[in-house]
Ligand binder design. Sequence first.
Ligand code: KQY
Length: 366
Amino acid sequence: MSPSTILSTPRADGFRMPAEWETQQQVWMVWPERPDNWRLGGKPAQAAFCQVALAIAQYQQVSIGVSAGQYDNAQARLSHINIRVLEISNDDAWMRDTGPTFVINDQGQTRGIDWTFNAWGGLHSGLYWPWLRDDQVARKVLAIEHLPRYRTEGFVLEGGAIHVDGEGTLLTTAECLLNSNRNPHLSQNEVEHYLREYLNVSTIIWLPEGLYNDETDGHIDNFCCFVRPGEVVLAWTDDADDPNYQRCRAALEVLTQAKDAQGRSLTVHKMPLPSPIYATEQECAGVDIVAGSQPRTPDIRLAGSYINFLIINCAIIAPSFDDPMDAVAKKILREIFPDRDIVMVPGREILLGGGNIHCITQQQPK
Ligand code: KQY
């Protein structure tokens, strides 16, 4: 069954995107297998995704989409009462970006936004081609859930490019959302119009850039996020030789000047970056080389960040990098989220594919 597609907008219908800390029904994921993105046919990544899914399943339900060819394998490895394995064709495994952005109303109804997806930049600078199956994922998720769908045909956006506080404020980066490889036909005002109409926000805070070398063109979800109304956590380095040094300061400048939709100034928590991370020769050798796909070589600094965590009902699922800074990150998260368990899951294999835990998950509100 296909979901009904609504021609109005969430704002017109009284729906809004909730904050990630609002109560969730389940988390969606996709099983990784793309050999020109994940080394060794995706086997180490599959193990890493299992760790993430099983960590979430300790607290709440997980639904994971998987290709027909990997269905038995995924089901065997994810045998847990709280995990549902569903056949969903895909081009890769970034549910944050290919899944729907869920919106809710005050009557407890849920709908989904199916943004146009162009593989982070389209034919000009996207990360692979074709991406049609990925662009169908949100529609399929909404059909499975029998939820009405909004479709922004021709307006490109990925879920990792936005964070909201659920009270009218949206955080994003100009590097990504104003990039000429996303919506070159739209001005900043026109992009803001889409954000206001579909997410029902009134205040948009634009950070100039995201993290250095983030292959998504600086997704906010790897750099800065809301942790509660009026508070954000920002990736940070004090190393003046790190290319992130200026990026962090430029973001802090904007955040300290900003007022949110409720008129509050923001409290900014700083989250140190892990030491610079590079793929090894051996790791890169395991990735298929395909023209038009993102190259994987050991000289490319990976965009490792502890900010790429997921908030779920009673816990935070955060990446670790086998770095002394892991313990510092965990302590900061514990202080910021005293009422949630802090669960760290190894993030290196996911980072090798270009993102981390937040990028591979999409929460569905209750
Ligand atoms: O950061 C994300 N939301 C997705 C990362 C995609 C990387 C694709 N190789």
